[in-house]
Design a protein around this ligand. Structure first.
Ligand code: SF4
Ligand code: SF4
Length: 246
């Protein structure tokens, strides 16, 4: 995203709309008038400042994004569709619809690590650090996830070198693991958090037991994670429930 210096009056109306505080004021070269600029290294190309139509002089305008910068829009702008997966957004829809897809089977847990948040963002350098750490602990990456497509090696979790400095609003690593390896994986995730220059939240996906028990909860507690007792229920838009052989 760019600001036309000739049109900008420096009113600062756009500043609070930026999701990562990348818009700043500075003095125009020839005088004392202020003009706003977008820090291109910090801008995640989410498009919010442009779509908000807040600028009274239409000074904010999008530019065509070329690789590797285009990856910023793919992960930060919810109306941009990821070419390889055909999905808009950061993760796979099926993470939330296990009741109809059966992607996470008995004896396994799904793990999603959501790096970055509005106001903070994340660089792929941090995604790379976390992905390589969880791969070493035995996690298997979800093949349809957008982050997985950016790995040069899906066994090690190594992210392609040319995007490591690219900053996005957030990116989700999705993987699966046998339940008996989950506690170690969560301990690895906890230990890796101190190496990151961003925040993340952790999702655990698991089939409930016959009596409604959720096996992952005590495991997450033992690994040192504080749990938030909220749920997101998605019944799969009318598709039949997946039936797993016993
Ligand atoms: S596109 Fe998004 S990140 Fe970039 S300046 Fe606008 S609001 Fe900020
Ligand atoms: S809203 Fe428009 S005119 Fe005002 S500071 Fe932002 S870009 Fe400049």
């Amino acid at each position: 995203m760019q600001i036309d210096r000739e049109k900008c009056t420096g009113c600062e109306a756009c500043h609070p709309y930026c999701t990562v505080a990348a818009i700043h004021s500075l003095k125009k070269d020839e005088g004392e008038d202020l003009v706003s600029i977008i820090d291109q290294d910090e801008c995640v190309e989410c498009g919010v400042c442009y779509r908000a139509k807040i600028c009274p002089t239409d000074a904010i305008y999008p530019v065509e994004l070329k690789w590797p910068r285009s990856v910023r829009g793919v992960f930060s702008d919810p109306i941009t569709v990821h070419k390889e997966t055909g999905l808009a957004g950061r993760g796979t829809e099926e993470m939330k619809t296990n009741d109809v897809t059966g992607r996470i089977r008995r004896g396994h847990a799904g793990v999603a690590i959501e790096l970055g948040r509005p106001g903070v963002g994340t660089r792929f350098r941090d995604v790379d650090i976390m992905a390589q750490a969880v791969a070493k602990a035995g996690a298997v990456f979800e093949p349809k996830n957008p982050v997985t497509f950016l790995m040069v090696n899906k066994a090690t979790g190594k992210i392609r070198e040319d995007i490591l400095n690219e900053k996005v609003l957030s990116a989700i690593i999705e993987c699966g693991i046998e339940i008996n390896k989950l506690e170690n994986l969560l301990s690895v995730i906890k230990a890796t958090s101190s190496k990151l220059d961003t925040v993340f939240s952790l999702d655990l996906i698991r089939r409930m037991g016959e009596k409604g028990e959720i096996e992952t909860l005590p495991i997450a507690k033992r690994a040192g994670f504080a749990l938030r007792p909220n749920t997101k229920n998605n019944i799969g838009f009318g598709r039949p429930l997946f039936k797993e052989d016993k």
